[in-house]
Design a protein around this ligand. Structure first.
Ligand code: GDP
Length: 544
């Protein structure tokens, strides 16, 4: 090429690359990736549907569960979910609202699946803590809150079911402060007590937003925007009470501060009735205006990977058997940087191998949709990428490894055996696969042998999922016998002999190579710690 041509070609390339970079940064800045955390029955599924109603759904991934009087959702891949009316598998829902793209990651409500929830929370940038106005902070809300705190995930607090009789708003704020340590920073405040939900005071706009129910919440509620003078004339004491209460909260704490929200010291507070669609738009607006966008993610060494770096992401969930007819295996990736393009060849950081991402899906359940592009903050399901394990990193061009997702400390242990000796091969394959998916932790020892692995779980319902999957997906029905242990600690190979000699204690090797010492109870552990201080025993990851 003549020099002039070449240089203009280079200039073009540089320009294209600059545009690409701004494009990625722009797309990242309009992504909001969050999860709703709540105790079961606080209204998570109802709120999810209400959010989707207010926004334009780009992809439905069955983020809601099918309970009575509700339309069937797409995440009913497992009969157990249907029978129990709970959502076991995490699903993702993507919708556009104003100029943003919102990725709502569903978390299972039942505490037995808290490990699964923990993984989902590793993939979000923000959480909405939904509180039932009549119940306040419940056990599961507290556990999930604790996980968010450990991961520095900013939290938006929503007091739901305000259309029903409930606690006093100020008492709820006190509970939030006392039990979570978060400073409540009201963005809206309910006008009318719980059970008489007339609307909210929008503090920023200083206006009264009056809600009127329509079709019992099946469609958008009517919102009227009134000035404080009009509100006073029409609502009287209900209005002045709202002003007084919210002002009191602000005076005794602080006004809203975005820094405090993002730093996890303060939490914006809003009021809603998900079932009537009251206050839902304010939640969406808060996500768009105030929640953090997809930003640089830190790698194992703590170095942030800029969003406009070449593509990278990590696996936060692996799931198989979602579609029985296809026996597939889907790895869900949170995109951290760059643009993901279907068919692109990515490197699996953990094995160093490359593979083509031919089958990329945005969502799953019965309704699947192939995706062509995804940006930082988005979730991609890679089908049949069976080498991918939970926590694994993927990248192109510039290598990166994101921190592993820690395992929970198991509290329930069962010995698994194949019911049918002739199907041992399927049994072994199934157990291995379910271990990889993180459905269960698999422990082995020479003493127990290959025929009888020990399954370790955070909640006993995980065993039911394993039994169901073993029978239906792997054709390997199994039996389980409970073991008397309730506590596990990490130990070393060297300590194995000493520990095994102690009654009520056993050492097994987990599939990731860690040595786990199991104890009947805390006293058994304390005895060993006291009598044999030289034995190394450390806590495992996060306690459920
Ligand atoms: P989840 O278990 O957290 O997903 O809760 P659901 O969304 O399934 O809601 C549990 C029950 O509470 C259902 O019967 C809902 O109709 C009801 N519910 C949810 N939100 C509200 C609300 O704002 N007000 C009232 N009155 N009921 C609600």
């Amino acid at each position: 090429f003549p020099p002039s041509f070449e240089s203009s070609f280079v200039t073009q390339q540089v320009q294209a690359s600059t545009q690409r970079h701004t494009g990625i940064a722009q797309e990242a800045s309009r992504r909001r990736t969050f999860a709703v955390i709540s105790h079961p029955d606080a209204g998570k599924s109802t709120l999810t549907e209400a959010l989707a109603l207010h926004a334009r759904v780009i992809g439905t991934a069955g983020a809601t569960n099918g309970k009575e009087n509700r339309r069937e959702t797409v995440s009913d891949w497992m009969q157990m979910e249907k029978d129990r009316g709970i959502s076991i598998s995490s699903t993702a829902l993507q919708f556009s609202y104003r100029d943003t793209v919102i990725n709502l990651l569903d978390t299972p409500g039942h505490s037995d699946f808290s490990e699964d929830t923990y993984r989902v929370l590793a993939a979000v940038d923000c959480a909405v803590m939904l509180i039932d106005a009549a119940k306040g902070l419940e056990t599961q809300t507290m556990k999930l809150f604790e996980v968010c705190r450990q991961r520095n995930i900013p939290i938006i607090t929503v007091i739901n079911k305000w259309d029903r009789p409930g606690l006093d708003a100020l008492a709820l704020m006190d509970e939030v402060t006392e039990r979570t340590g978060l400073i409540p920073m009201p963005l809206t405040w309910a006008v009318g007590f719980a059970g008489d939900f007339r609307g909210v005071w929008d503090l920023k706009r200083d206006e009264f937003v009056r809600f009127t129910r329509k079709n019992a919440g099946a469609s958008l509620a009517t919102e009227e925007h009134l000035s404080p003078a009009e509100a006073l004339a029409q609502e009287g004491d209900a209005w002045t009470d709202a002003l007084d209460e919210a002002s009191l909260v602000i005076e005794s704490n602080q006004p809203f501060s975005i820094e405090s929200f993002h730093a996890g010291t303060g939490t914006p507070v809003l009021f809603s009735s998900a079932v009537l669609n009251f206050g839902v738009q304010h939640i969406l607006d808060t996500l768009v205006d105030l929640a953090p966008a997809a930003g640089p993610r830190r790698d194992v060494d703590g170095t942030p990977r800029p969003v406009d770096a070449p593509f990278s992401g990590f696996v936060f969930k692996v799931q198989a058997g979602m579609n029985r007819a296809h026996r597939d295996h889907v790895a869900f990736i949170r995109v951290c940087s760059g643009v993901f393009e279907r068919g692109m060849v990515v490197t699996h950081a953990n094995s160093g191998k490359t593979f083509a991402t031919k089958y990329a899906q945005q969502l799953f359940g019965r309704e699947r949709e192939v995706i062509d592009e995804a940006w930082p903050g988005d979730v991609v399901g890679l089908v049949n990428a069976s080498a991918l394990r939970m926590g694994d990193s993927l990248y192109v061009e510039e290598p990166v490894e994101f921190p592993p997702i820690p395992l929970f400390s198991p509290e329930h242990f069962r010995v698994a055996r194949s019911k049918d000796a002739g199907r041992f091969k399927q049994f072994r394959r199934g157990i291995e696969q379910l271990g990889h998916e993180g459905i269960i932790q698999v422990l082995r020892s020479d003493l127990r042998g290959d025929q009888a692995p020990v399954l370790a779980a955070v909640g006993p319902m995980q065993f039911e999922v394993v039994a169901d999957r073993m029978e239906h997906d792997f054709g390997a029905p199994m039996r389980m016998e409970p073991l008397p242990y309730s506590l596990a600690r990490l130990t070393t190979h060297d300590a194995q002999a000493a520990l095994s000699a102690i009654r009520g204690t056993e050492v097994l090797v987990r599939s990731d190579g860690e040595y786990l010492a199991l104890f009947n109870d805390i006293w058994a552990l304390r005895r060993v710690e006291k009598n044999s201080p030289e034995i190394s025993l450390s806590t495992i990851g996060t306690d459920a």
